[in-house]
Design a protein around this ligand. Structure first.
Ligand SMILES: Cc1cc2nc3c(=O)[nH]c(=O)nc-3n(C[C@H](O)[C@H](O)[C@H](O)COP(=O)(O)OP(=O)(O)OC[C@H]3O[C@@H](n4cnc5c(N)ncnc54)[C@H](O)[C@@H]3O)c2cc1C
Length: 423
């Protein structure tokens, strides 16, 4: 009997075992998932909780409901992996052996990594919405907020769902406007990036949307510390941003056991081949979802497209054959922009988000880098798709690889005329 051990029963781990349980003979393969609790969280829903659009009960379900029969769930905290002995130790002393290991423990916000963040203002005037508890605390605080400086802030990249802080900013702007208090709120978006997003074309579009909404952007802002007494963000280059309400995305890091096991980089992400997700150092370890270091967004959509390719590759690999699938870094994110509108971005390792229509050229109905109501409804429909189609590993009519149909590439900048001196 071969043993497949999957660390983490979140988005990527659950989708992977749903697909692999069908492909691997149950008489020859034992599949076990380890997670530290039995609550599967639909994290994209955290965005809507502060504004009362979703309730917490709509984003939490028991994990066991989504694991196929023939997959065992072990509830426990992972302490360390011993890759030479092919053993995983849990903090309660239990050990689990494996023939193949899939690391799918994601990435976690770490407010402890920024001095002052967890000080006296934490969850009083400093909030996060990347955890269920943070989103719920903000849902309680927002209705009582009477106006002042609201700063939405990202500590450093990479973070999971890099558009989520922008979405929060757009929704907050609409929320204050709808409450008739927009003139009493100064909104600032503070980012370590040079612009609104990681990729230039999308950054220009999203940046102009912030401008239109009169939201100030503080770019290249690398926070050094937060002063809870004066309620100020202080950067390494000594810029200061005062706030009355700070909504921050703390540093995101992979799980600490990855560092203890000597399997991670400086942020505890597992270095893998970006096309196969096989560990760069161990031939029987893969890392899927947010836990790896591939150069695309950390997102549920990436986990989904990557797992589609990975499941076939895994079966080839364990059969001693070369892996024939190659993941292209495909990412797809709806961006909620307020007033029941949204945008969609679709990109991969080589192609940045472009304008156009999706999935049908010209007709859409989804607009690429263009606001429309179809994108908003697509974002809301995604929760149903997640629980009912994605987690059970049911096939979706969406190709795992990026398609260029319906996308418009901007014309290449004109070549400067060659002068006699240059030629
Ligand atoms: C606010 C917000 C909005 C988002 N919006 C979108 C969106 O619109 N679209 C999109 O595609 N993605 C979105 N995402 C990102 C998406 O949720 C993640 O990228 C996705 O869940 C990653 O899946 P994963 O399996 O790698 O990690 P996770 O789903 O986080 O699963 C990791 C699992 O590992 C377990 N674990 C971790 N450490 C240990 C340990 N030491 N011991 C035992 N178990 C452990 C955790 O309990 C968890 O169940 C959003 C995320 C957030 C926070």
């Amino acid at each position: 009997m071969k043993r497949l051990l999957v660390l983490g029963g979140g988005t990527a781990g659950t989708m992977a075992v749903s697909k692999l349980r069908r492909k691997l003979d149950p008489a020859r393969w034992q599949i076990t998932v380890v997670d530290h609790d039995d609550h599967h969280l639909y994290q994209p829903g955290f965005l809507f909780i502060p504004f009362g659009i979703y309730q917490p009960a709509e984003v939490v379900k028991p994990r066991g409901r989504f694991l196929p029969s023939g997959v065992e769930l072990v509830v426990g905290e992972i302490d360390v992996v011993d890759p030479d002995a092919c053993l995983v130790r849990l903090t309660d002393g239990r050990t689990l052996g494996y023939d193949y290991l899939i690391i799918a423990t994601g990435t976690t916000p770490r407010p402890d990594q920024t001095p002052g963040m967890l000080g006296s203002q934490w969850r009083r005037s400093i909030f996060d919405f990347y955890t269920l508890e943070g989103a719920q605390a903000l849902a309680k605080a927002l209705p009582g907020f009477g106006g002042g400086a609201v700063v939405v802030h990202v500590v450093d990249m990479p973070i999971k769902c890099p558009v989520a802080p922008l979405e929060f900013t757009f929704l907050a702007e609409a929320y204050f406007r709808q409450r008739g208090m927009r003139d009493r709120v100064e909104l600032t978006y503070a980012t370590p990036l040079p612009g609104a997003f990681t990729k230039p074309i999308a950054s220009a579009h999203l940046g102009s949307m912030l401008d239109e909404r009169k939201i100030a952007v503080e770019s290249d802002f690398m926070v050094e510390r937060i002063d809870p007494d004066t309620k100020t963000l202080v950067s390494y280059d000594e810029r200061e941003i005062p706030f009355d309400l700070l909504v921050t995305v703390p540093l995101n890091m992979g799980a600490d056991y990855i560092a203890r096991s000597g399997l991670g980089d400086e942020l505890n992400y597992v270095p893998v081949d970006k096309h196969t997700l096989l560990s760069k150092t161990h031939g029987n370890i893969f890392a899927i979802g947010d836990a790896n270091n591939i150069p695309t967004s950390k997102a549920g959509s990436v986990a989904h497209f990557a797992v589609d390719v990975f499941a076939g590759n895994f079966c080839e690999h364990v059969a001693g054959q070369p892996m024939t699938g190659s993941f292209d870094g495909h990412a797809q994110c709806f961006i909620e922009s307020g007033d029941r509108k949204g945008l969609l971005i679709d990109f991969n390792y080589d192609t940045e988000p472009l304008t156009g229509s999706y999935p049908v050229p010209v007709l859409g109905p989804f607009g690429l880098l263009r606001e429309n109501t179809a994108n908003h409804w697509g974002k809301l429909a995604f929760r149903w798709i997640y629980w009912h189609l994605l987690l059970p590993g049911r096939p979706l009519p969406l190709p795992a690889h990026l398609s260029m149909a319906g996308k418009h590439r901007p014309p290449a900048p004109a070549q400067p005329a060659i002068t006699q001196e240059q030629s």
